[in-house]
Design a protein around this ligand. Structure first.
Ligand code: XLS
Ligand code: NI
Ligand code: NI
Length: 442
């Protein structure tokens, strides 16, 4: 790429240097070209950079405006700024070596005065993105639409009480789907945004969910009509910005999708910080999705233990990520999904280099977790322990229970005549916690 040194002149491509390296701008664990099980590590992990945080994040919070100032933001014409920003983004992607990116329609191009004008702006930036994708080889993991920032969506998009807003949102998603397809996106994500409520005093919860389902069916139908083959994702989040969001967590998402006959068309995009906001662990949400065969993709980030909101930090907690990777690998991996860094710099991290440190840390933590999880699964002690714990259902009357061949009557007879009192067995949690630490730290 011609302009490849224009925006981050101080920083060279990030290389794998191993754990002996003291270079803070190098990978210590993530070796993209290392072959694991016949596939490169880059193809196992499928890292993606989230455009909205990495290139639209300014460090603004409810107490003050942005602190992060980038040179490419300084122009006057919004379309030229959008192009320069995208050039900077692709230079960053090339230097970091992430194979994928993700964006919302409104991240890449400014809104115009009408939907038609907005769509024209979007088309210009999509053309630019297509060139940059071709020049760098970076691909689109998934696209999405921003249905939550504009004032018109203050009471939701597909769940808005006004059908006019529903119609506008439908027109916006139609375009976003087409744009995602034009850029070869491997998926398309629906994060609820404001699809929820602030108060039940003004809300018909049943009608809103019916409308949301109608919207998703329309999206599925439109994808089919244009030949878009990418995977659809639901990204659950329990609250924030609204008090309650309908895609609360994976379990409520499964119930919603099955209720409305959408389960074949969707998988879950699980975000770590949303899991914890819902009162779950990251691993719990992965396990629930995997149990339903609906594990799709990951929004890789972390919350703060002491703050109760979506802080979207880069995750460097190797223990948490190792448990997540064990569950992901056990479920057969993420397929066409990936690990998307839906994470932002802290307000005081204002240097361009901080953007590199953040992603390097996230990628290294996941790579280390991936390697450790593979060792845990290869070693087998954890898997065997769990398998053994349920072994009584593998044969005899246990198997008949699992296959639903017995009823209360038969089991009652069995207990009275033969089995008697069960012998309690230890769950061995402390032993297992020590075993996990031995994998992590030797
Ligand atoms: C916000 C969500 C959002 C989605 C994409 O909390 O995580 O960033 O991933 O709309
Ligand atoms: Ni997200
Ligand atoms: Ni989030």
């Amino acid at each position: 790429m011609k302009k490849s040194r224009a925006h981050f002149p101080q920083i060279k491509s990030i290389a794998y240097e191993g754990t002996g390296s003291r270079n803070p701008l190098a990978f210590r664990h993530y070796n993209p070209d290392e072959i694991v099980d016949g596939r490169k590590m880059r193809d196992h992990l499928r890292f993606s950079v989230a455009y909205w945080h990495a290139f639209r994040g300014t460090g603004a919070d409810p107490f003050g405006p942005g602190t992060i100032i980038r040179r490419w933001e300084s122009g006057k014409d919004p379309i030229s700024v959008a192009k320069a920003r995208m050039d900077a983004a692709f230079e960053f992607f090339q230097k970091l070596g992430n194979p994928f990116w993700c964006f919302h329609d409104r991240d890449i191009a400014p809104e115009g005065r009408t939907l038609a004008e907005t769509n024209r702006h979007l088309d210009r930036l999509v053309a630019h993105a297509r060139q940059l994708q071709r020049a760098t080889g970076v691909k689109l993991l998934w696209g999405t639409a921003n249905l939550f920032s504009n004032r018109r969506y203050m009471c939701g998009a597909a769940t808005n009480p006004d059908a006019h807003v529903f119609a506008y949102a439908a027109a916006q998603v139609k375009k976003a789907l087409e744009v995602t397809q034009a850029l070869g996106g491997a998926g398309y994500t629906f994060w609820g945004g404001r699809e929820g409520y602030e108060t039940l005093l003004n809300t018909n919860l049943k009608r809103e969910q019916d409308h949301l389902a109608a919207f998703l069916h329309m999206a599925v139908d439109h994808a089919k009509s244009i030949g878009f083959k990418g995977q659809f994702y639901i990204e659950p989040k329990p609250k924030e910005p609204t008090k309650h969001q309908y895609d609360f967590d994976v379990a409520s998402g499964v119930a919603f999708l099955r209720t409305y006959g959408l389960e074949r068309h969707f998988k879950f995009n699980i975000e770590t910080n949303h899991a914890t906001l819902a009162g779950h662990t990251f691993q719990h949400e992965i396990e629930v999705a995997a149990a339903h065969g609906m594990l799709g993709s990951i929004d890789a980030n972390a919350g703060d233990e002491l703050l109760g909101w979506d802080t979207d930090q880069f995750n460097t907690n190797v223990k948490e990520l190792t448990l997540a990777m064990v569950s992901i690998l056990r479920a057969g991996g993420l397929g066409n999904g990936g690990l998307n860094f839906d994470a932002k710099l802290r307000r005081a991290s204002i240097d361009p280099a901080d953007l590199f440190h953040a992603h390097i840390g996230g990628m290294d933590a996941y790579a280390l977790a991936f390697k450790t999880a593979r060792r845990i699964l290869a070693d087998g002690r954890l898997t065997d322990f769990v398998k053994q714990r349920y072994a009584s259902y593998d044969s005899g009357f246990g198997r008949d229970i699992a296959r639903r061949r017995l009823g209360f009557r038969e089991l009652n007879r069995l207990v009275l005549t033969k089995l008697g009192e069960p012998r309690p067995r230890s769950g061995k949690q402390e032993y297992l916690e020590n075993l996990l630490n031995s994998y992590l730290h030797g």
